[in-house]
Design a protein around this ligand. Structure first.
Ligand SMILES: NC(=O)C1=CN([C@@H]2O[C@H](COP(=O)(O)OP(=O)(O)OC[C@H]3O[C@@H](n4cnc5c(N)ncnc54)[C@H](O)[C@@H]3O)[C@@H](O)[C@H]2O)C=CC1
Ligand SMILES: CC(=O)C(C)=O
Length: 257
């Protein structure tokens, strides 16, 4: 029998690694795709040690050819292609008055172009395998409400929400669903870095930025990467078959739509 194959970008750490590990537990053979191939290999080894199937692939999601190459390799090595999770992202703090062209290009190259290249590569793999599939993009609560000090990042995530809605309409007739997940504050290296930058800018000790954001969380706690992975498991599985174009908030009630 063929493997069900999932390809997760930015899966060497944080939310991406939790998603990869969860999808492996769900029975997927998983391609762990990351700029940092050492952390990716570490996650793949952990999955294989637990009895799952995984490979590590080096990919820079800003480079279209690299994304197509990695998706093709995953398809050939793992034997099919069913789900892509375009998770890789970066989030430098960007107070509005200090935004430069360089930082806009850097963030948009990863967070927006990376998602577009991932969607295109997945479409070509689904077509080659003669079936539909699921595209899942990393958005954020910052893609629903503008966040202080994160203008470039927030606008890139608003773009991901728009791309998700549009692609869902474009791809429905090919049997492809497109959804995104929108975490709030997740305990990962990305969040630690945002907290340091916001706290430093306010002249406060580390942890200040987290306290400020946490005031908005209805459930009263930050989330773990596994909280997000559980929802992505739903989006990757058959129980979400009648859902497309949605951007699912997993933010403990920071934003209500
Ligand atoms: N941590 C948080 O509080 C939240 C995170 N998110 C989103 O979730 C996603 C994952 O975030 P975290 O796990 O927190 O981030 P992280 O910074 O901890 O991990 C990101 C991973 O992406 C990889 N990566 C970065 N640039 C890449 C590129 N050009 N090509 C390939 N891989 C690349 C990194 O090597 C790293 O392994 C991002 O899209 C982020 O915007 C959304 C809402 C909240
Ligand atoms: C990092 C992020 O996406 C936040 C705070 O919403």
């Amino acid at each position: 029998m063929k493997n069900r194959v999932a390809f997760v970008t930015g899966a060497g750490q944080g939310i991406g690694s939790a998603i990869a590990i969860r999808l492996a537990k769900d029975g997927f053979a998983v391609a762990i795709a990351d700029f940092n191939v050492e952390t990716a290999q570490h996650v793949a080894d952990e999955i294989v040690r637990s009895g799952g199937k995984a490979i590590a692939l080096r990919v820079d999601v800003t480079q279209r050819e690299q994304v197509f190459h990695a998706v093709n390799e995953a398809r050939h090595v793992l034997g099919d292609f069913n789900v892509i999770v375009n998770n890789a992202g970066i989030a430098p703090s960007t107070p509005i008055a200090d935004i430069t062209e360089e930082i806009i290009d850097k963030v948009y190259d990863v967070n927006v172009k990376g998602v577009i290249w991932g969607m295109q590569a997945a479409i070509s793999a689904f077509v080659a395998e003669k079936h539909g599939g699921k595209i899942i993009n990393a958005c954020s609560q910052a893609g629903h409400v503008g966040n202080p000090d994160l203008a470039v990042y927030s606008s890139s995530k608003f773009a991901v929400r728009g791309l998700t809605q549009t692609a869902a309409k474009d791809l429905a007739n090919r049997g492809i669903t497109v959804n995104s997940f929108c975490p709030g504050i997740v305990k990962t290296p990305m969040w630690e870095s945002i907290d340091r930058q916001i706290s430093q800018a306010a002249g406060e000790p580390a942890g200040f930025g987290t306290q400020e954001f946490a005031k908005r969380i209805t459930l009263g706690r930050l989330s773990e990467p596994e909280d997000v992975a559980a929802c992505v498991s739903f989006l990757a599985g058959p129980d979400s078959n009648y859902m497309t174009g949605q951007s699912l908030l997993i933010d403990g009630g920071m934003v209500f739509n």
